[in-house]
Design a protein around this ligand. Structure first.
Ligand SMILES: Nc1ncnc2c1ncn2[C@@H]1O[C@H](COP(=O)(O)OP(=O)(O)OP(=O)(O)O)[C@@H](O)[C@H]1O
Ligand SMILES: O=C(O)c1ccc[n+]([C@@H]2O[C@H](COP(=O)([O-])O)[C@@H](O)[C@H]2O)c1
Length: 198
């Protein structure tokens, strides 16, 4: 029998425990075999607005962060494909690679409210069940049910953590410890990431 695979895409600039707690709880709630944290190569909706850390560094952070947690893994499909990252392409690639599997695409409330802006959203709808997790600071999106989506909602611990705040903390010299897994904090220090002018 094919696997139930969660695809949790993100810019992960940097990854934080909000992402990881959402991933493991969605995995548990929906009995997924694994959740792949797919690192966006060029997150086209963010890249025009701010400088995004290099994809290989963001991937290394995700790899360090998932560590030995069973069933969580870092995905480099979008990096290997190159160019701008579209979830529709990633799902098609996963579907082709694992034709027997059932795919689930995980998003937080903030991203769930923006789905209409995604490239080829009808393909995303066709290829995967949408899994929506709560996130502080965003409202629960409405109207997805009647819109052709297969939807699952999973309630996860509310963690008011964002990569934006973490980048600001790093520039100010405030600690990232415990908000970002230790191995990823080590990588950030070793590579001098997010350190602003210091
Ligand atoms: N604290 C959180 N709780 C639940 N889901 C989250 C949380 N933070 C991020 N997510 C979800 O993780 C996915 C990837 O998010 P992303 O990498 O853009 O992180 P972010 O913290 O939102 O970054 P930024 O602050 O730079 O926009 C999105 O679906 C987002 O909704
Ligand atoms: O496919 C798209 O057009 C698309 C547009 C915006 C965001 N996404 C995906 O949604 C996920 C979260 O995006 P972001 O920019 O909030 O990190 C990440 O996997 C992105 O690739 C996908």
């Amino acid at each position: 029998m094919g696997q139930r695979i969660g695809i949790f895409g993100g810019t992960f600039d940097p990854i934080h425990v909000g992402h990881l707690v959402a991933a493991v709880n969605a995995k548990h709630a929906l009995a997924l075999d694994r959740v792949v944290l797919v690192v966006a190569n060029v997150p086209w909706q963010k890249a025009g607005i701010r400088a995004v850390t290099g994809a290989e560094d963001r991937f290394a952070l995700v790899e360090a962060a998932v560590g030995g947690v069973p069933g969580l893994e870092a995905g480099r499909q979008e990096i290997d494909r190159g160019g701008e990252s579209y979830t529709a392409d990633t799902l098609q690639e996963m579907s082709d690679a694992h034709p027997d599997s059932e795919l689930f695409v995980l998003v937080g409330w903030d991203v769930a409210g923006e789905l209409a802006t995604w490239e080829r959203i009808e393909d995303v709808k066709r290829l995967a069940t949408l899994v929506i997790v709560n996130r502080p600071g965003a409202g629960r999106p409405r109207g997805l049910d009647g819109d052709g989506w297969r939807v699952e909602e999973v309630t996860v611990p509310n963690l008011e953590i964002s990569s934006t705040d973490l980048r600001a903390r790093a520039v100010d010299g405030r600690p990232l410890d415990y908000l970002v897994p230790e191995a990823a904090v080590h990588f950030i220090r070793a590579r001098g990431l997010y350190a602003g002018g210091r």
